[in-house]
Each structure stands twice: as C-alpha cells, then as structure tokens.
Design a protein around this ligand. Structure first.
Ligand code: IPE
Length: 260
C-alpha cells in the first residue's frame, strides 16, 4: 500500500527538477539512464496539463566534468567551456527523449539568461513565460557561468524554485533516487520548512558532486521562496509511476515540505 500524502490538489501547477542521480548514473562519467529518462518523459507527457517547467541536474555530465576540470586545475575559460558543453549535451539528450513523447521544450541555458548572486539565480524568465504561451515547456538546467572567480556553478536546486515562482507554480518537485526525506530510517511524509533543519542532519550524495549537501539545499530553499509556492516535494523517480501520480493529484510515497 502506498504511504504518503496527496498532491497539491486538483489545481496544482508543477515545476519539476529531474535530479542528476535519476537522469544519470553518478558513479559513471557521461552515463545517461536512457530507460529511466524514457519512462519519466512518458509520465511527464501524460500529466502535461499540470507541468509549467522543467529543470535538469548535472549528474555524471556536469558534476563529473566540473570535478575533473577543477582537480586538474584547468583555467577558468576551459572549465567554463567544458562544463557548459557537457550540460548542453545532457540537455539535448533528454530533450530528444521528451520530444519523442510529444512533450516539446524550449531549452534555456542558464549561462545565457541568468546572473546568479549567491544562491539566487537571477534569471530573466520572460522567454520561459513566452514558451508557455505557445504550449512549449521551458527547460533549464544546472550549469556553469562566468563569475569573478572565473567559472561558477548554478545548481538546478535553486533554479527550480526561482522558475516555479516566476511561472506562478504552486508546487516544486525534486525527482531524486530516494523515496523522500528519510530520518531514522523512516520516511517523513510532511514537514514544514521551518522544521526541516532540525530534522535533517545530513543529506545523501553519491559519486561526483560539486554542489551537494543538504544544508546548501535548505538554504537555497529559504532564499528562493515566494508567496504563491505552496509546497516542495521530494519523490523517487526510479519507482515507476510515482511522478505521474503526484502530478495527477494522487496519493504517493513522497515527502511534502509545506511552505508558509
Ligand atoms: C549541477 O546541477 C550542475 C553542474 C555541476 C554543472 P545540480 O546541482 O542541480 O545537479 P544534481 O541534480 O545534483 O546532479
């Protein structure tokens, strides 16, 4: 039997981040999980009416490339070139699959339309809104961008929240490789954002990860909230059907973080 709580309700509008741990095998460089991406694309296409925008994580494309370039002390221009190219490659591979399911996207590369400051992406979402007007789903992704230190990384975690606010979504969804927030071996089904830091002493992150850590995710959440956003969900994208059920308003195993 499914545990968990309901969705954001019949009128919920969703922005979804497909995390790098779902899209790729984070232990193997440049490894797209094609079967998983195809299934998730079908689930998203089935719930198309509720979907306002999409965000992709870096997984073993962006994180791996950034880690190796930094370890090898490449120059900032080279880091920028390599990481942005790796992310475009991932985005195009995923977009190919989405289009094959009839879900058409407008790809917005953050290095070209965002000016991040700390954990606030500072993107110009006008093109994303315009894409929705012509029935295309705006899609962005964690990326590198030029900054005073040379090359910096903007994570899909904060892009998801800013995009959700900019597009008037009520629900933001992190699709991950875990059932939700697990504390003491048990799934937390619902938690207020203010109770989160006390609950979660540490997040899980495997493989190459240059932006991870639960504290950072929580801070990104705090800094990018807006009045219209009602909840942030964490759902397991490796379990067939859960994402679609969530988008359709069904009961599903997941964590819901309720917002003030
Ligand atoms: C990272 O994005 C992007 C790069 C490393 C270029 P995310 O931080 O959103 O990626 P995941 O979901 O953790 O893999």
């Amino acid at each position: 039997m499914q545990r968990g709580v309901g969705s954001g309700g019949p009128g919920g509008v969703y922005v979804v981040k497909l995390g790098g741990s779902v899209l790729t095998d984070k232990r193997r460089p440049f490894s797209l999980r094609l079967g998983v991406v195809e299934r998730l694309a079908a689930e998203l296409a089935a719930a198309r009416g509720r979907l306002a925008g999409l965000v992709l994580g870096g997984g073993s494309f962006g994180h791996y490339t950034a880690r190796v370039a930094l370890e090898e002390a490449r120059g900032p221009g080279e880091v920028l070139g390599l990481v942005t190219a790796a992310m475009m490659e991932l985005a195009l591979a995923v977009v190919d699959v989405l289009h094959s399911k009839g879900l058409y996207t407008l790809v917005l590369p953050p290095h070209a339309f965002c000016r991040p400051r700390g954990l606030r992406p500072g993107c110009d979402w006008a093109a994303a809104r315009a894409a929705r007007d012509v029935d295309a789903v705006p899609l962005t992704y964690g990326d590198a961008y030029p900054c005073s230190r040379g090359a910096c990384i903007v994570s899909g975690d904060e892009l998801l929240l800013e995009m959700a606010c900019a597009l008037g979504a009520s629900e933001a969804v992190y699709v991950t490789d875990v059932d939700g927030l697990i504390v003491g071996g048990r799934l937390v089904e619902e938690v207020g954002v203010d109770e989160l830091s006390a609950l979660a002493a540490g997040g899980r992150s495997e493989g190459y990860d240059v932006t991870g850590g639960f504290a950072r995710k929580l801070e990104a959440l705090r800094q990018n909230l807006c009045p219209g956003l009602r909840s942030v969900w964490i759902v397991n994208g490796l379990k067939p059907g859960r994402l679609q059920r969530l988008l359709e308003g069904g009961r599903v195993t997941a964590t819901r973080v309720t917002l003030p």
